[in-house]
Design a protein around this ligand. Structure first.
Ligand SMILES: O=C(O)c1ccccc1N[C@@H]1O[C@H](COP(=O)(O)O)[C@@H](O)[C@H]1O
Length: 200
């Protein structure tokens, strides 16, 4: 079970996620209560050991801005939540990034990993980072490639969500916060442990 913890902005939260065994650490570079400047992401990403992915999250920014901010951040992976075309993914691939495409079942984009050249697909609610669950019935058939389930996951519901949809991995932001935008290291530990125990 691949586990991504997203929206980190403090060293102690990065440390908690790494120590708990998260596979990917996400930093939000788009307007959000969790937004972090590229220079601050660089400092946080430097705390992440090799082998754990560092992910810069964007939503709807122009491609030039994404390329510039991702390079400045020092991450290895870019996650796009907008309506970016396959050409944007190709450009970021040429820059050397691994790629995550995030969409929702209602979004109209293909629910197939790799459709735009990405390495990983995230299926999320239409309002990413909101903590909202979405109706699993909207998914129909699960993607065959590696995909992460996101949207309203938390330590106490991740096992049930995994049992229902059998994703390759999970992604969380709001569910490991007690105050919106502020991560809780203990909830991060609980989430990663519960997710790792959940059978895909
Ligand atoms: O976390 C954010 O604030 C955010 C903002 C804009 C785009 C994506 C964002 N995060 C992604 O949202 C989901 C998790 O959402 P939830 O809060 O757990 O319901 C995940 O894909 C994050 O990478």
């Amino acid at each position: 079970m691949y586990v991504k913890v997203c929206g980190l902005s403090r060293p102690q939260d990065v440390a908690a996620a790494v120590e708990a065994g998260a596979d990917a650490i996400g930093f939000v570079l788009t307007p959000s209560p969790r937004q972090v400047a590229p220079a601050d992401v660089r400092a946080l990403a430097a705390l992440v050991p090799e082998g754990t992915a560092t992910v810069a999250v964007f939503r709807g920014e122009p491609l030039d801005e994404v390329r510039r901010a991702a390079a400045e951040s020092g991450v290895d992976t870019v996650q796009l939540h907008g309506a970016e075309p396959p050409e944007a993914f190709a450009a970021l691939r040429a820059d050397g990034f691994r790629l995550i495409r995030a969409t929702s079942p209602e979004g109209g984009a293909p629910l197939e990993t790799g459709a735009y050249g990405e390495d990983l697909l995230i299926i999320d609610s239409p309002r990413p980072g909101s903590g909202e669950r979405w109706d699993p019935a909207a998914l129909g058939v699960s993607p065959t490639g590696p995909w992460l389930l996101a949207g309203g996951l938390a330590p106490d519901n991740v096992a049930g969500a995994v049992a229902g949809l059998r994703p390759w991995g999970v992604d969380v932001s709001s569910g490991v916060e007690r105050t919106r935008g502020v991560k809780d290291p203990e909830l991060i530990r609980q989430f990663v442990a519960a997710a790792k125990k959940a059978a895909a």
